[in-house]
Every structure is written in C-alpha cells, then in structure tokens.
Design a protein around this ligand. Structure first.
Ligand code: GLV
Length: 317
C-alpha cells in the first residue's frame, strides 16, 4: 500500500475485465495506484478520486466518498447516468479518443458500402460459382444523413466526403463545424431525411433521442433506405423495423447495438438477413489509446482543472 494520501483510480470494465485497463493505465502513467474497482474495500474506498468504468455495477460508485471524476470507458455515458445511486455532484467525462473515431468510421463505411455495392449478393454468386453483373453502382445517388455531429459524426462526415459520398450532419441545437454540411432542428431533420437514402444514428442516448429510429422517421426517408444504428439499442423502436423492411420502406438495417445485449439467440432480428448484425464492436475502446486520455484527465482533475470530455448533465452528453 502507498502512503495514506496516495489517491486511487478505481477501474472497471465488463468486456476484457479490468486488468488490461489497469495495466494500460500504469504504462501510460507510471506510479499511478490503479486497481479493479470491485476489489477496493475498507479505508481504501475513501482514497478513490477517479473511477474509470464501463458498466460498473450500480451502487459501487456511491461507495467512493471522495470521488472527483467518473470517467467513462466509452463515448457514451448512459451506463453511468443509469446508476440510481450515482453521486450526482461528481462530474462525468466521456471518452473522446481519435482512435475510436477512425474505428467507428471504418465500421459505418463498411456497412454503407456492403449495402450500396450489394456485397451479400456477390457473396452468394461467388458461393454458387456464378458470374453475373447487375446494373452499375452509382455513388452519386447516395446521401447520408448523420444524426449527431460530435467527434464521431464529424470524422465520419469528413471521411465520406473524401470518398465522394454526399452527406449532411444533423444536430438538435445549432452547431456548425467548419467544412461539414449540417442542419439542425426538427423541421430541417424532416427535409434532410427526405433526401437521404442512408441514415446513420450517432446520437447519445437521452430522454430526447430514445426511440428516434421509429416508423415515423422511416416514413420520411425515400423508399428502400438503409438505417445504420451505432448509437445505442434504445434509439431503435425494435418492433418498427421488420414491418418497415417488409413494406420496402427500408431495404436493410445495420445494427451494432441492441436494447438487450447480448442479443438473445431467439430474437427475430437474427433470422432476417436484411438486418446486418454486429455485437457492439463498431468502435471498440482501445486500452492503449484510451489510457492516454485517461492519464491526462486524472492529471487535470488532480490539479483542480477541468477534464476533457466533460458531460453537460442538463443535456445528458
Ligand atoms: C460504446 O458503445 C461507447 O459508448 O463507446
């Protein structure tokens, strides 16, 4: 154990467990006292000043009386806000890691091009040793509506533009990003959807955005559109999806996030090959690159300064 005053960083992650994160943080911040959150007990609880977590069991954060920062291992902080015992005076930071923006863009571009270039059809042809060409692809006919223009949306927009795929970002309240076409507000959203055959949801999950991907939104898109959800499962009204595919209003949906994860094996989405399913891997957090951000935020908070990625609790992101 260090000196009585040495603060502790409590780490928790469900995916690969906390040890990889503790090791990565120690590599980035030699001398840091970082420990798995669930192993901290007794007097040490009062020494925790920063928690770095992904889906920390509810109530654990409340056991750290001197917590100064709740850092999310992820771009989203909904998993922290959902804890009913969360100490509400503790600032929350989301993870803004350039690595994740690149990774997220790769995933979304893959889904859009899988759909646009009819990759599944050519896979079937290939399996049948069948050589046939269909009509030529025309990427000038694509228009991507990007819902949410944070770090990830901005990176996606710039990348799509570089690939000559037209796109427009949408934000609830006005936000202009240099070199990125964007609109804001409810009315502008309707107009944008009307001219977008691809819609990508990169919104944070809040009371305002819950269920945004629903029959009403699908109906505003041109027929045969693609929906990509890489936000949260709660953004999609699941019951509205298969009817929209059956009616032809949508032609496919690429989903990386679900209301229940893991997606139950008897969920109807699995049986529908118009639904591209990935297991919440669009932009996996990377311990090495994320730890650079965490080390910086720990240092800032310990110096009494504002960490990066601070969440506006009124907005919820
Ligand atoms: C993952 O879903 C994240 O919030 O980064």
């Amino acid at each position: 154990m260090g000196t009585v005053d040495t603060p502790i960083v409590a780490v928790h992650s469900t995916g690969d467990g906390p040890s990889a994160w503790v090791a990565a943080l120690k590599a980035e911040m030699p001398g840091v006292d970082a420990r798995p959150a669930l192993e901290i007990a007794g007097d040490d609880l009062a020494r925790v000043d920063v928690s770095i977590s992904w889906r920390l069991p509810h109530g654990v954060m409340a056991s750290f009386p001197n917590l100064k920062l709740a850092q999310s291992i992820g771009a989203g902080v909904d998993h922290i806000l959902e804890d009913p015992q969360r100490p509400t005076h503790v600032p929350i930071a989301r993870l803004i890691d350039p690595f994740m923006a690149g990774s997220m863009t790769h995933h979304i571009v893959l889904q859009i091009l899988r759909w646009h270039r009819q990759a599944d059809k050519y896979e079937r042809f290939r399996a049948d040793h069948f050589w046939a060409m269909s009509e030529a692809f025309d990427h000038r006919k694509l228009h991507v509506a990007i819902l949410g223009l944070g770090t990830l949306g901005e990176h996606l927009s710039r990348s799509l533009t570089a690939l000559e795929i037209a796109n427009t970002g949408w934000t609830r309240s006005p936000r202009s990003v240099e070199g990125v076409a964007s609109v804001s507000g409810a009315e502008a959203l309707d107009a944008l959807l009307g001219r977008s055959n691809v819609v990508v949801c990169l919104l944070p999950l809040t009371a305002q955005t819950e269920g945004v991907l629903c029959a009403e939104l699908f109906a505003k898109l041109p027929r045969g559109a693609l929906v990509v959800n890489v936000g949260r499962g709660g953004h999609l009204v699941e019951e509205d999806l298969i009817p929209a595919l059956d009616s032809g209003q949508l032609s496919a949906a690429a989903l990386d996030v679900f209301r229940q994860e893991p997606l139950p094996s008897d969920h109807p989405f699995w049986a529908d090959d118009r639904i591209y399913i990935t297991p919440h891997i669009a932009a996996e957090v990377n311990p090495a690159t994320a730890s650079i951000v965490f080390a910086k935020n720990i240092a800032l908070v310990r110096a009494g300064e504002t960490p990066t990625g601070l969440v506006d609790l009124n907005r919820g992101y």
